[in-house]
Design a protein around this ligand. Structure first.
Ligand code: SF4
Length: 891
């Protein structure tokens, strides 16, 4: 390029590529330093020309608006209009209006012309907004990028400011009338223009079709590998029509073929370069920033809190990661779907009565949250954008954002881009005086979503790019994927705010099918001349829809055997599967239990009976699924409220005689008191769930339950409640567990009855068998021996209230039957034989547990597994697949 020449490219990527090629040439020529060439994208050149013009011309104090600033002015204009009341998505409308404003300038359509030809309410509304917007910009001496080429034309025309001597244009599929006018003016002022057109017809073209999109991309990636292996210096490209939507899929498939080591976190990548970026808001660093801002408003959804407190972009997770995951589990057990700052701070700082931390105590986090709380004062104010930008940075800094020095190379680039955006946000001050916290956060989020960030990646011979980015580039080998007949040519999508007739007449983009066909023909022609070797591919199906090749490529002969275009070599994962040799290991016995105590009370017997592996995994390995928090209370929590209320009630009332002595009003009063007490106690830890209204509903429910239940208690023979929720240590075959018995009643004859509250359906049948479904009450019975005469469930279930159990004889409690009714496999001759039958079964379970018996053996097959979260650990489904058909247990 000679001195004084500026190369203007149709897009940013092309400018980057050309700069890189220029650099490489200088290095090849042995130069150590060189002058930076003037290779600029269209928008960068405009900005440069504008900046330079300020030195020479009187721009009448005009300030250039960035696109974000202009959009904010559009938002304000529309917000103040009469149409705003009926609008749900004002921001989206403003974006479309801004787009229409740009189009009308690019295609030189004036407001007066729109006024003469408007055909819809949308056109009319736009006309009003655009007039107000224009007036507003004029009042404030603002110039936006849509009008900048016209303004530059004016300067060049005036002769005060001279254009460059020579401009080379590259990668413009078409020039807009506005660009054409500007270039004409520049030519008259002495600027020479040349359009570079390096295209030459391809030597070889092929067209292929594959079963589906995945296969198509896999073949493209394999083809790249073949091309690269044959000629490592060659420029290879894959164009994917909808790369933006398919980015993740493309990356997964290309990684698998071109750099499989990255799949197992090895290797640095860099085998290919993917040209599409992501919105800045989606990058983890920025995402963490916004989560913090969301949290500053006091609440955050549980799942977000967890990813926030373990985010590498905060300080602290490295030091207390284990505790923070424990805190996650603790918060989930708490059950609230949203977490407040104070509640998070409470748990993070919590210690037991002896001042010892819990496994989930996170002192560092608690300290950060303390500072965080004190910094939140400002969020109720209205501040200028610059003040918000400063405050946001201070606020997130309290939590240690952007993390310690572990930021990767991409993070540093992302941070740089983010800081640029934050300055732009601060620059909104010139168009918007004050924002509330919520408005400022939302505005910043929108700006971050609109900015695409693409980190610079190492050089590579293989490029994956979108359709428009390939404009003006030349390759040695090119694969064009995904241009089937539904997307190429694209369907028309005229802007709703400009009269359709005018859009069609002027040939504006997306204005008509004919315009789209013309544009697609031009681009296709250019693509087919941009490499020596070209493959055009499409998938045959997308889900249920059948796809056909685009008519614009149908003239290229289709390969009969598309697979042969590349190679039959399987993908990396297929190779791993194919090379697999199966080895069988018997792993149904774990090490013997070193401790004779088991956690979680009677659960050890229930789990061992249900499935030995489950008992081993849950109680010895501590493997349990994280609780899923749900809005409101779940069945277990509601049951627990009923338990607590019954405990409190009987602690006050003590005997059936006292119960019978209460009149209705007294009993109602007492029940309400008890219900309120229970609700208050639970509300402390769940303030977000226990709203005023929720408390009222829950209190009424508990009162209804208790009144119905007490009718059952009144039907019994006289009794007194000896103990409630009393703890016992019970040992069976050397295995010790601590249990808490809901209630022990003293009956009329002086014997005892064990009572266990249940809010679900129950049956004493669950106590029989070598693997009883519910061995809890049989276990309790061991503690009492001869004193005991009845064991019963108190089924506190609306519509099905009553006692269910067995007793030494028939008469003890209504609904509790004599032991002879128990259907056990061994004859149960008397009450003591019932107790020893239970003891015997429990002994076997205890021995198995202590010996490490851990067979994957669910008692009722699939029915048992349905309520267990360990399928991925025990791999019961996989082991069933390996069984021969005749041994298939059918679950
Ligand atoms: S999923 Fe079934 S087989 Fe696996 S541990 Fe749970 S109960 Fe046992």
């Amino acid at each position: 390029m000679s001195a004084g020449t500026i190369l203007v490219s149709g897009n940013q990527r092309l400018a980057r590529t050309l700069n890189r090629i220029y650099e490489q040439k200088q290095i090849r020529d042995g130069k150590l330093t060189w002058e930076t060439p003037d290779i600029l994208s269209w928008s960068a050149w405009q900005q440069k020309a504008w900046d330079e013009s300020l030195i020479h011309c009187d721009n009448e104090g005009q300030a250039l608006l960035s696109n974000h600033q202009a959009l904010l002015v559009w938002q304000g204009t529309i917000e103040r209009s009469v149409e705003a009341n009926a609008m749900l998505q004002l921001y989206q409308v403003a974006r479309r209006a801004q787009e229409a404003w740009l189009l009308m300038h690019q295609w030189q359509l004036s407001l007066a012309e729109i006024n003469l030809s408007f055909s819809s309410e949308d056109n009319r509304a736009f006309l009003r907004w655009a007039s107000t917007y224009r007036k507003y910009c004029k009042q404030h001496h603002w110039l936006d990028t849509a009008r900048m080429p016209d303004e530059l034309s004016r300067y060049y025309q005036s002769g005060i400011y001279s254009p460059p001597s020579h401009i080379l244009l590259l990668g413009f599929d078409e020039l807009t009338p506005q660009q054409q006018s500007l270039f004409d003016v520049m030519k008259k002022a002495g600027c020479e223009f040349d359009q570079i057109d390096e295209c030459s017809p391809a030597r070889q073209m092929r067209r292929c079709r594959y079963q589906d999109g995945d296969r198509e991309l896999a073949e493209a990636a394999k083809w790249c590998l073949v091309q690269y292996t044959e000629a490592p210096e060659s420029r290879i490209a894959v164009i994917v029509s909808d790369l933006e939507q398919q980015r993740d899929k493309v990356q997964r498939i290309f990684d698998e073929v071109l750099q499989p080591a990255t799949l197992i976190n090895e290797g640095d990548g860099g085998a290919y370069n993917i040209s599409i970026g992501r919105p800045l808001s989606e990058w983890p660093l920025v995402h963490a920033f916004f989560m913090l801002l969301d949290f500053a408003q006091d609440h955050l959804e549980l799942n977000k809190v967890v990813s926030l407190i373990t985010s590498p972009y905060l300080q602290g997770p490295l030091e207390e990661l284990e505790q923070r995951y424990q805190l996650d589990a603790r918060l989930r057990r708490q059950g609230d779907t949203r977490v407040s700052i104070s509640s998070l701070q409470y748990f993070a700082a919590r210690v037991d009565e002896d001042g010892e931390p819990y496994p989930y105590t996170c002192p560092l986090l608690a300290e950060q949250l303390q500072d965080w709380q004190s910094q939140r004062e400002k969020i109720r104010k209205r501040l200028r954008p610059g003040e918000w930008a400063e405050y946001f940075s201070e606020l997130v800094g309290t939590m240690g954002w952007p993390g310690s020095d572990t930021l990767g190379a991409y993070d540093h680039q992302c941070m740089h881009s983010w800081q640029g955006l934050l300055s732009e946000f601060a620059g909104l001050e010139s168009v918007q005086a004050l924002f509330s916290f919520q408005q400022a956060k939302q505005q910043l989020k929108r700006m971050a979503s609109a900015v695409v960030f693409q980190p610079r990646s190492p050089e590579s011979s293989i490029q994956v790019m979108g359709l428009l980015e390939a404009a003006g580039l030349q390759f040695d080998a090119l694969w064009i994927a995904g241009l089937h007949d539904e997307v190429w040519p694209a369907s028309p999508r005229p802007n709703p705010f400009l009269p359709h007739k005018e859009q069609r007449l002027r040939g504006m983009p997306r204005s008509s099918a004919a315009r789209e066909l013309q544009s697609a023909q031009r681009i296709s022609e250019r693509l087919l001349q941009s490499a020596d070797l070209i493959v055009v591919s499409t998938a045959k199906r997308d889900g249920d829809s059948e796809l056909r090749p685009s008519p614009l490529f149908i003239h290229i002969p289709e390969e009969e055997n598309s697979a042969a275009v590349v190679s039959d070599s399987p993908l990396y994962t297929e190779r791993v599967h194919q090379s697999g040799e199966l080895e069988q290991l018997l792993d149904n016995v774990g090490p013997k239990a070193e401790q004779s105590r088991a956690r979680r009370g009677s659960a050890v017997f229930k789990l061992q009976a249900e499935c030995p592996f489950r008992a081993f995994a849950e109680l010895r390995l501590g493997a349990r699924a994280l609780t899923e928090a749900e809005p409101g209370l779940d069945a277990a929590e509601r049951g627990s409220l009923v338990h607590e209320m019954l405990e409190l009630f009987w602690n006050k009332v003590q005997t059936q005689e006292t119960l019978l002595n209460y009149n209705k009003a007294e009993l109602d009063e007492l029940i309400l008191q008890v219900a309120e007490q229970v609700i208050n106690a639970n509300a402390k830890s769940r303030p977000l769930t226990y709203t005023e209204r929720f408390r009222g509903i829950e209190q009424a429910r508990l009162k209804r339950y208790l009144l119905q239940w007490l009718d059952e208690e009144k039907k019994r023979k006289p009794f007194s409640v000896q103990d409630t929720e009393k703890k016992y240590q019970i040992t069976v075959a050397g295995l010790s567990v601590e249990v808490k018995i809901d209630r022990i009643d003293k009956l009329e004859d002086g014997t005892l009855a064990i009572i266990d509250y249940k809010t679900g359906k129950t049956t004493p049948e669950s106590w029989v068998g070598e693997r009883p479904d519910d061995p809890q009450l049989p276990l309790y019975s061991i503690q009492f021996g001869d004193e005991l005469s009845a064991v019963a469930f108190a089924q506190v279930r609306p519509g099905d209230m009553g006692f269910k159990g067995i007793a030494r004889d028939n008469e003890q409690i209504p609904g509790v039957q004599a032991f002879q009714k128990l259907k056990a496999s061994t004859p149960l001759e008397d009450w003591p034989s019932v107790l020893s039958y239970w003891q015997h079964n429990l002994q076997r379970l205890a021995e198995d547990y202590l010996a490490g018996k851990a067979d994957v053996d669910p008692k009722k097959g699939h029915d048992t597994c349905r309520y267990c979260d360990l399928t991925s650990l025990c791999r019961v489904n996989e082991s069933n697949n390996l069984l021969p058909d005749e041994q298939d247990p059918g679950y």
